[in-house]
Design a protein around this ligand. Structure first.
Ligand code: EPZ
Length: 418
């Protein structure tokens, strides 16, 4: 197991680059199962979750090669319609094979995803949508079994905005017979990216960037090639690192239009921002202002940056209230931040963060991907040494985070522990 040893230092400065978006690449990989040829995805970082997805696609019968930031997926021989427990229990996004395999192979078996560190995370919307398209779905012995004689287009209303259910349903509906309309669909950039890839493959999806999507089923899809979008959550994490610093930090290779809500909140905290086509420079405030925050579906503030923004508020001059409406139990980082002498209290799923003069380095434990990123940010500004253990969580979604942050002045050492 590995851990980070972090020496506190607020003198970050320079330019840091963002990689491709994990949460756009995962569904793109699953979408490649819809063609019987070789698709190519570019801007692929080296992440554990992408390795887990590659493993799953290979189990299903695809050939996956990943070299120099480009991934080739040959789905000609896809034949084994199962996502086994060992892989789904490592990564919930394995559920993305449900839609593509159901429509292509007419049957699929996916281990039922359990809860995780950020909450219970049901998949009822995915299953109801598959039923609406004409599948018979049952859950037995810990597995979701879905079968169909052929999917048929339908009108589907999502009672909650869900990135995963929207994408899974899109991937099932593109080869269904007739027209499907999705209402209250998620509008996250990762949904748009999946639509763009599916349309490149020959799908007919209208309504990109809105909550109503219309899909006209087609007979077949052909392989495609696409550059993956930059990771808005990694970009947001680095912007918050800059806001916590004493000097300007430039985040390069990002898409500023995907970060509107985050940029608004950084401004409210007192940061100055210089925004160009694909770079954002954050000029940190002399003193951080408290900001109230509610996470919401896109274009609202992302839940995946809630923990990191909470770190910024631990050093604000006053009290901030932070509420995660997407995952109301996503507060495992709070107890760890309080170990670093933050002053945060949780009352009915709202975190009240009273700013302190400084955080104090200590040993802390990462519980999930974004909580780990928050602990790294906190360690970078805390007084003294912070040790973050269980950093395998961070490697799931951030490529070489310590190398990137060290390149702008952080002092983070990765260490193997027995
Ligand atoms: C995606 O998860 C992301 N994962 C998450 O990122 C992200 O936090 C989340 O979207 C919200 O933006 C990937 O893209 C792989 P949802 P997903 O379905 O699709 C409820 C990270 O750190 N819901 O949009 O699983 C659900 O409980 C990860 O990179 C149902 O009730 O999230 C939540 O309250 C963590 N029933 C809300 O909808 C369902 O069937 C939104 O979840 C599905 C979801």
């Amino acid at each position: 197991m590995e851990r980070f040893i972090i020496q506190g230092n607020r003198n970050l400065a320079g330019t840091i680059k963002v990689s491709g978006a994990k949460n756009a690449i995962l569904p793109a990989m699953a979408a490649c199962l819809l063609t019987s040829g070789k698709s190519v995805l570019h801007n692929i970082p080296n992440l554990i979750d992408l390795k887990t997805m590659s493993h799953l696609l290979r189990v299903i019968g695809a050939r996956v090669d990943n070299e120099n930031g480009s991934m080739t997926i040959d789905a000609r021989d896809v034949c084994y319609p199962e996502a086994p427990y060992e892989l789904v229990s490592k990564m919930r996004a394995s559920i993305y094979v449900l839609g593509p395999l159901l429509t292509r192979l007419k049957e699929v078996r996916v281990s039922f995803p359990g809860g995780c560190a950020i909450g219970t995370r049901p998949v009822d919307l995915h299953l109801k949508a598959m039923e609406s398209l004409g599948a018979t779905v049952s859950v037995e012995h810990g597995y979701i079994n879905a079968k169909t004689d052929g999917l048929k287009g339908a009108d589907i209303y999502f009672t909650k905005s869900s990135v995963g259910a929207t994408i899974n349903t899109l991937m099932a509906a593109v080869l269904a017979e007739g027209k499907t309309r999705l209402f209250n669909a998620a509008m996250e950039p990762e949904v748009d990216s999946t639509i763009e890839l599916l349309n490149k493959m020959g799908a007919k999806i209208d309504g990109i960037g809105t909550t109503t999507l219309e899909i006209e089923g087609v007979e077949e899809l052909l392989p495609a090639e696409m550059d993956m979008i930059p990771d808005r959550i990694e970009a947001g994490t680095f912007l918050i690192a800059g806001a916590l610093s004493k000097n300007p930090v430039t985040v390069a290779n990002c898409e500023p239009s995907h970060l509107t809500a985050v940029l608004e909140k950084l401004k409210e905290a007192g940061c100055e921002l210089e925004i160009e086509e694909s770079t954002i420079t954050v000029i940190p405030p002399v003193s951080i202002k408290p900001v109230n925050l509610m996470t919401l579906p896109y274009p609202g503030f992302p839940t995946d940056l809630q923990a990191q923004f909470t770190v910024l508020m631990t050093l604000a001059e006053g009290v901030s209230f932070i509420e995660d409406t997407i995952f109301p139990e996503r507060y495992m980082h709070i107890a760890e931040l309080n170990r670093l002498q933050a002053n945060i209290k949780i009352d009915r799923n709202i975190a009240a963060v009273r700013g302190v003069k400084e955080l104090s380095g200590a040993e802390v434990m990462a519980t999930d991907l974004r909580a780990s990123a928050a602990l790294v940010l906190a360690g970078m500004v805390a007084n003294g040494t912070t040790i973050v253990s269980r950093i395998y969580h961070i490697d799931r979604g951030y490529e070489c985070i310590e190398k990137k942050l060290n390149s702008i002045g952080a002092n983070i050492i990765r260490e193997e522990v027995s």
